[in-house]
Design a protein around this ligand. Sequence first.
Ligand code: NAD
Length: 346
Amino acid sequence: MLHLTDGDVDELIEAVDVVGAVREVFLAHAAQRTVLPEESCLRWTNDQGESCRSLNMPGLVEIDGRRFAGTKIINASLGNPDRGLARADGVVLLFDLTTARPVCLMPAARVSAARTAAVSVLSAELCWARPARSVAIVGAGALAEAHLGLALRRWPSLRTVRLHDRVPAHAALLAERLQAVHPGVAFDVTATAEQAVRAAELVIPATTTTTGYIPAEWIADGAVVVNVSLDDLLPDVFTAAEKVIVDDWSLVAADTTRLLGRMYRDGDVLPPPRARAADGAGPHTVEVAAELCDIISGTASPRTSATDRVVINPFGMSLHDVAVAGKIYTAHLGTAPTPLAGAAVT
Ligand SMILES: NC(=O)c1ccc[n+]([C@@H]2O[C@H](COP(=O)([O-])OP(=O)(O)OC[C@H]3O[C@@H](n4cnc5c(N)ncnc54)[C@H](O)[C@@H]3O)[C@@H](O)[C@H]2O)c1
């Protein structure tokens, strides 16, 4: 089995159009060229009293005429940053489609952050009324850096980035690193989350909180909220939004811990049209208008007016990790002096 290092992934991912890949995955998912099982989550408390978890996320997807199968195992301990470690890391394993044997193992953190940022950036581009000039990010960790790195490369419209972190030094250091590369953009580190979020055209919470604190009244008319960390919003953000869009309804509905899944369990959420027949259409306070694949394929529209507040809830799909890892592996095979016998994924 081929073992790629962090350095290999950092280098090879530069050759991958990650936004293009996640877009193709959504279309493949809509066309049922995917297998997306529920993920499994092992949780425990370590001997320091910190929450630890291991997510196992398998998937199979066919894009660009090739099939990729594999799984991402991504583990996290909330105490890791105090140990000088990334909070989350793991591995992506790719499988040979014929023999089912693992053919490639690579570190997961970079793949996971890149695909998550790509889904958010693509979602924002699909759902905004006009290119964002101001972005608010709450939580200035690995995901915030991946999001801003990609957004700043793609969006010349971006003039103001407001950053808030409960550890002010995290936001200050990230702002300093980005300012050095993007001198024309104003990076504003705010004392409160509210100061960051109010008036932003795009809001991206990327924290580790499990307790909501962003109310609907902070969200500006016309804003897009990409709910990356899934638990920062208070329920009224969903109820007040003109459009709520998810990446994959089955994953959101199966989850018992995150806000939208909990609201669904409480009977407050009407699933997207594709999933409605089975659930009926009882009274609800939140209507999921579409899945992202419907927006990409043009079968649903992300907004009806420029003042609509659009909330995107990207639960996170293994298919994106497997596809991006598959493209990294393919790029490696293209550069390897002698292709590895029997290592094709298709
Ligand atoms: N939806 C998805 O597909 C997806 C994918 C990957 C990660 N995530 C989620 O993204 C989040 C961020 O991941 P990361 O790797 O960047 O974590 P990280 O630990 O590197 O960074 C998190 C940052 O948030 C800050 N923070 C925590 N609680 C806060 C609060 N209440 N207010 C302000 N700041 C706060 C921390 O100080 C830290 O700087 C995690 O919750 C992770 O589960 C979601």
